[in-house]
Design a protein around this ligand. Structure first.
Ligand SMILES: Nc1ncnc2c1ncn2[C@@H]1O[C@H](COP(=O)(O)OP(=O)(O)OP(=O)(O)O)[C@@H](O)[C@H]1O
Ligand SMILES: [Mg+2]
Length: 491
């Protein structure tokens, strides 16, 4: 075979790797991924301000690395992305440690120790690599790392990552530059916010503790799972290849049910409007938040005020990374085409419920209510086909039959006629074409008609022998009157 070897030029490749598009929070999250994969229970992140000599360090108490493992880990492309990984592994590309670090600093030092093993150290100095035009991995710590290493001891295992020469965040500034210092501290606040969300499921179970500048990081759970007025759908399992995706919808409480403190706290990093939609987790680590994923065609689901209470949790495993087109930064993923339609249908249902809560000022009631509502229509199967039948025991039907007992066969005939001609196909087409267009019952109908219908039903209920208060109670748990609670009070 006729060939020549063309090794990539280190300085050009380094600059390309630095431009992958990380920011400080996503870069630190990538380092934390490695600590979690290494079974760390405690992670300490420190932002040390010293002007141009400032540094950021991440220390974990995971299993650590032997010297050969560390050398390998420092190599860009240390593992093949096609390799099968442990189920709990948060990595994929064998790049994160290097790409995340290089995006923020010119000097990276990693020191590690396994239980009972020796301390080993490796450092990348990008200026040295550029100068020598060789990938020379240094076997000594950087100055910044040396200071921290002096304070570490003990038999246990740990790994320390130190970044300095933070040319993008800090640059060549004096330690006494107040503007530069507050920018540094402000960046730390962003990191806190990002990690509190990205790793909230680890932090919640107390499986993991993260200290940032000695302050314990508190998890931020976007679903308000413990609030009485949060409505949660049952978990749906969507098969995908040899694995599956778990889908769970949450309708968050209306503002009327929240204190102003709860309201501010639960809006999240981008606020209520910005945090609607999907939250995608891979092995319980958040990849994407508040995004409708361009689902829905030809009318994509859009971010709109009326859907701001809808949040959806999607759980992926690490065995479907290629289907989701996971990227190195772990901040994008695209739903595989095979499940897009199913996701769109499920998301549309959550959106329509969220809009109901939003439009009626939270009068959809506490979390269990939407499931136990009394409804006039009941979907059934007949000879394998879907049919939609009117419940004969519904007080509206039952009351009418009793009142006009002699016309019972004709009323029965009318109901059957309506049931047999439900324009299912048409409804299906209309909703598929215009996902957001599902109307709310009685929206746009004259208020007097609404009141009149409600009153007829109320009278049937009272005629059936129950008292007025019980009749009102029953109406409150009945579709669609549950949406008009204020009017029920006037009956
Ligand atoms: N804190 C740590 N403790 C123990 N081992 C680590 C630690 N950080 C990195 N490693 C080792 O270094 C390897 C390379 O890490 P790197 O982040 O570059 O790639 P990755 O995690 O395998 O994949 P990805 O590019 O998706 O992050 C890891 O696979 C792991 O074996
Ligand atoms: Mg990694």
């Amino acid at each position: 075979m006729n060939y020549e070897i063309t090794n990539p030029d280190p300085s050009s490749l380094i600059e390309a790797l630095r431009a992958l598009g990380y920011n400080l929070p996503t870069a630190i999250a990538d380092i934390v991924d490695n600590s979690i994969t290494a079974q760390a229970k405690n992670i300490k992140i420190n932002f040390h301000w010293a002007g141009k000599d400032s540094s950021i360090s991440i220390l974990d108490d995971g299993v650590g690395m032997s010297e050969t493992e560390l050398s390998d880990a420092m190599r860009p492309g240390s593992r093949n992305p096609l390799d099968q990984r442990e189920r709990s592994d948060l990595g994929r590309f064998g790049l994160g440690l290097k790409t995340a670090s290089f995006s923020q600093c010119r000097k990276l030092c990693v020191a590690s120790k396994t239980a009972g093993g020796c301390l080993c150290v490796r450092s990348w100095d990008l200026d040295y690599v550029t100068q020598t035009k060789e990938w020379r991995l240094r076997k000594e710590p950087t100055l910044a790392a040396e200071k921290i290493l002096g304070e570490l001891s003990g038999e246990n295992s740990w790994t320390l990552v130190v970044w300095n020469d933070l040319d993008r965040l800090v640059g060549n500034v004096s330690a006494h530059d107040p503007g530069a210092q507050s920018k540094f501290l402000y960046a730390a606040d962003h990191v806190i916010e990002h990690l509190a969300l990205t790793f909230h499921r680890f932090l919640e179970n107390r499986v993991l503790s993260i200290l940032i500048n000695k302050r314990e990081l508190k998890p931020w759970n976007p679903f308000m799972e413990t609030h009485d007025f949060t409505y949660q759908t049952p978990e749906e399992r969507i098969p995908l290849g040899n694995s599956e995706v778990l889908f769970k919808g949450f309708i968050l409480p209306h503002k009327d049910h929240l204190s102003s403190e709860e309201y501010d706290l639960n809006g999240g990093p981008r606020g209520w409007n910005g945090e609607q939609g999907f939250f995608i987790y891979r092995n319980r680590r958040l990849l994407i938040h508040g995004d409708w994923l361009r689902l829905g065609s030809p009318n994509p689901l859009r971010r709109e005020e009326q859907f701001k209470l809808a949040r959806i949790r999607l759980d992926l495993t690490n065995s479907t990374d290629s289907e989701w087109q996971l990227d190195v930064k772990k901040s994008t993923a695209r739903p595989p085409s095979i499940i897009r339609e199913r996701l769109t249908d499920l998301a549309a249902a959550i959106r329509s419920q969220a809009r109901g809560v939003f439009a009626h000022r939270g009068q959809y009631g506490p979390k269990s209510e939407p499931q136990t509502l009394e409804r006039p229509w009941s979907p059934r199967k007949r000879n394998g086909q879907h049919v939609y039948l009117i419940d004969r025991a519904h007080p509206m039907v039952n009351g009418l039959m009793k009142k006009f007992n002699s016309a019972k066969p004709e009323i029965e005939s009318l109901l059957r006629f309506l049931e047999e001609t439900v324009p299912v196909q048409q409804i299906w087409l209309d909703t598929a074409e215009q996902v957001q267009g599902q109307g709310i019952p009685y929206d746009g109908v004259d208020f007097e008609n609404l009141r009149a219908d409600m009153r007829i039903l109320f009278e049937y209920l009272v005629q059936s022998g129950i008292n007025a208060e019980s009749a009102r109670q029953r109406l409150r748990a009945m579709e669609p009157w549950n949406r008009y609670r204020d009017l029920i009070g006037d009956l």
